[in-house]
Design a protein around this ligand. Structure first.
Ligand code: PGA
Length: 236
């Protein structure tokens, strides 16, 4: 299974290094062969070699250049980063990234062979309009995206569930995941208020290949516990 931690705008570089070390130690001690990703804040990136894959939360679709406040391929290469999160709802809705921009970013990093974790998800007002409207909305987020890219992971993250403590029911998660799986055979993660208390049940849902976790993974012991759940489920 795939267990990913999105650290967002949290943890200094020093704390991130210690977080990564704790996860590596946990994986070694438990002989875990789950696929683990950690996405640190940009300024906390550091060279990292081990079982945990370090990814970027964002980068501009460029090698380098005049894009104030952004980083590009050159900065990611300095830290051997070959994995990127694209389309996270905070980038779509707070930072205003359009589908067009995301497609540009996707194609650029795909052309450089990056593993891409591509996020989709609907806001509450869309969900409230019923399943058809919701699926159409999600469909638009697949527009222009190469869903057969072999280094693609998709994360379904309902916007209303991110950072709110709310989650869809397990039945809803399964239902939506099975529908989204018709669009792409890429592994499909669930994200949005996954906590250590809920992770096991979510990971056990039909159609769920892993989780992308924000606040619930900020404490490294909780993140490791989620990895343990995945390990146990895999062995069942
Ligand atoms: P959350 O964030 O777990 O804090 O809801 C998930 C995400 O944004 O990926």
């Amino acid at each position: 299974m795939i267990i990913a931690s999105n650290l967002k705008t949290n943890l200094t570089r020093e704390k991130t290094i210690s977080y990564l070390m704790d996860v590596e130690n946990f994986l070694d001690k438990n002989n875990s062969d789950q696929e683990i990703y950690v996405f640190p804040a940009q300024s906390s990136l550091n060279p990292h070699h081990g079982k945990v894959v370090q990814g970027a939360q964002n980068a501009y679709a460029t090698q380098n250049g005049a894009f104030t406040g952004e980083i590009g391929l050159e900065q990611l290469e300095e830290f051997d980063v070959k994995t990127i999160l694209i389309g996270h709802s905070e980038r779509r809705h707070i930072l205003g990234e359009s589908q067009e921009k995301l497609v540009e970013k996707f194609n650029f990093y795909k052309s450089h062979g990056f593993k891409i974790v591509y996020c989709v998800g609907e806001p509450l007002e869309v969900r409230e309009q019923g399943e058809d409207v919701m699926m159409k909305y999600l469909e638009l987020q697949y527009e222009g995206i190469d869903t057969s890219y072999d280094k693609l992971i998709i994360a379904y993250e309902p916007v209303w569930a991110i950072g709110t403590g709310l989650t869809p029911t397990l039945e809803d998660i399964s239902k939506i995941h099975l529908k989204l799986k018709e669009k792409s055979s890429a592994p499909l993660l669930y994200g949005g208020s996954v906590k250590v208390e809920t992770a096991r049940d979510i990971l056990a849902c039909d159609g769920v290949d892993g989780v992308l976790v924000g606040s619930g993974a900020l404490k490294v012991e909780n993140f490791c516990q989620m990895i343990k759940f995945a390990e146990e489920l895999n062995n069942n």
